[in-house]
Design a protein around this ligand. Structure first.
Ligand SMILES: Nc1ncnc2c1ncn2[C@@H]1O[C@H](COP(=O)(O)OP(=O)(O)OP(=O)(O)O)[C@@H](O)[C@H]1O
Ligand SMILES: [Mg+2]
Length: 246
């Protein structure tokens, strides 16, 4: 039987009168790769940000290993550490070099000894192809694709149980997209649990165990990549894909 890391139940999120997430339930199993697709404004980013509590849900439950993280007294810092997040805009520390970017959360948040943190940072930077020649570079000396790979290595270095990606390639020049997708593909194969918001449909088709199509704050359809991309049932899914896969 598969094991749920995260169970999201009847999640809702409003900004003022605007109900952006209307009633979302999703269970994420260990090692599963889930892609979320959908039109601009459908609530994909809000959903990811609500999962790791960058936004406070208006209603619903988020069970992490069976415990509701929204309950009073739950150790939220611990929960947040267990979810790595990679954004469209990299969010690196511009004043720190590549290696330090991948070290800092380990020594400050996790209180790891410096030598151990450094070894882990180097291992993860190598894993994403940011080898020794780049370690002393500052973010501004890197291409967008390189920056995003550093951001991924940094997130991996705190040993998250799951990684959330919000359109990690959509700010990149087209020639940089492939290297970042390849990195993510390798991570997916390594058994990492991943939730990925993306507009890269070919990629979603290749790496995902499950694809979620969001529309107007709801999961309109979900299924295997084959079901969603080759045999969508909902008219809204068909319309959306027609626009994207033209
Ligand atoms: N902090 C906020 N305050 C008010 N409204 C917000 C906020 N964040 C998002 N919204 C609204 O929530 C809705 C969904 O936005 P969201 O960013 O989740 O969409 P999305 O599916 O990620 O779109 P895109 O594909 O363009 O990134 C939009 O109508 C947006 O204006
Ligand atoms: Mg978004």
């Amino acid at each position: 039987m598969s094991q749920a890391i995260l169970e999201i139940k009847h999640l809702k999120k409003s900004f003022g009168q605007n109900e952006v997430l209307k009633d979302i339930s999703l269970s994420v199993n260990k090692g599963e790769v889930i892609s979320i697709i959908g039109s601009s404004g459908s609530g994909k980013s809000t959903f990811l940000r609500s999962i790791n509590l960058l936004e406070e849900p208006t209603a619903g439950e988020i069970l992490f290993h069976g415990e509701n993280v929204l309950d009073k007294g739950y150790d939220l810092n611990n929960y947040r550490e267990k979810l790595g997040m990679v954004f469209q805009s990299f969010n690196l520390f511009d004043n720190l070099n590549v290696l330090e970017n991948a070290i800092v959360a380990q020594t400050t948040v996790l209180k790891r000894p410096r030598s151990e943190a450094e070894a882990i940072a180097k291992e993860n930077l190598n894993k994403v192809g940011m080898t020794e020649q780049y370690w002393k570079a500052k973010p501004k000396q890197l291409s967008g694709g390189q920056k995003q790979r550093v951001a991924i290595a940094r997130a991996l270095s705190v040993n998250p149980e799951a990684m959330l990606f919000d359109e990690p390639t959509s700010a990149l020049d087209p020639e940089m997209v492939g290297e970042v997708l390849k990195t993510m593909q390798d991570l997916a194969k390594s058994g990492l649990t991943m939730i990925i918001v993306t507009h890269e449909m070919e990629f979603a088709k290749d790496v995902s165990d499950r694809v979620i199509f969001m529309d107007q704050g709801l999961i309109a359809e979900e299924g295997t990549p084959e079901q969603i991309f080759e045999n969508p049932k909902e008219e809204r899914t068909k319309e959306f894909l027609k626009r994207f896969l033209k």
